[in-house]
Design a protein around this ligand. Sequence first.
Ligand code: ADP
Ligand code: 5GP
Length: 213
Amino acid sequence: MNTGRKGILIVVSGFSGAGKGTIMKRLLERYPDRYALSVSATTRAPRQGEEHGREYFFVSTEEFESMIKREELIEYARYVNNYYGTPRSYVEEKLLEGRDVILEIEIQGALKVREKFPDTLLLFVTPPSAKELKARLVGRGTEDEATIASRLNRAVEESRGIENYDYFVVNDDLDTCVAQVHGIIEGEHYRVSRNTGRIEEMRQELHSFLKGE
Ligand code: ADP
Ligand code: 5GP
């Protein structure tokens, strides 16, 4: 019986400042062979410490628009005055290798991905409270006051779309949250609908066995 498992496409969304980047980093440190994190393209400027090709591919608006034209993106969206999009080739390659591929993207993109790939797993991450969300955004120290305000407004809009997701996870204690996210994904691999090939093999094997082959 074939024990190799198919990679799952996973979308993780959540308000800016919820801790998505921090959770992903810890998840990848803990399970480096298991997950592949897609690196998006964006027109926003790099934050201090961010590297081209690691956090994002930082591109000009012109470059981004030509990626759209060449159909190199699985999805893209505008978020607080910038474009963000998911390059197609990396995602397809890693899924074929059997890795679980994580897209850390906002809600419009998440819904587009699910339209194209209906078996995508959608996870939504929140902080324990609105007050803590603001404290994390301010504490990160990467945005000015006006951008923080836009991101908090966007959080209000995004909160209306949470019911489109499959799972809702609160990022209070980081390690607990990482364990929960990993547990959800692990459980997802055992869903009957994700194992139809193996189930059919089992049937065939039983059939052959009973016929004495
Ligand atoms: P996002 O990627 O969702 O915008 P980040 O991962 O950048 O959020 O996290 C925002 C800020 O909150 C960062 O300064 C990060 O260190 C902090 N943070 C993330 N998770 C936690 C947590 N569980 N408890 C306390 N602070 C956290
Ligand atoms: P940030 O500027 O904080 O890195 O990201 C802003 C928002 O854009 C976050 O909600 C993040 O998840 C989202 N985002 C990052 N990459 C992509 C992408 O490729 N596509 C879409 N639709 N959203 C993205």
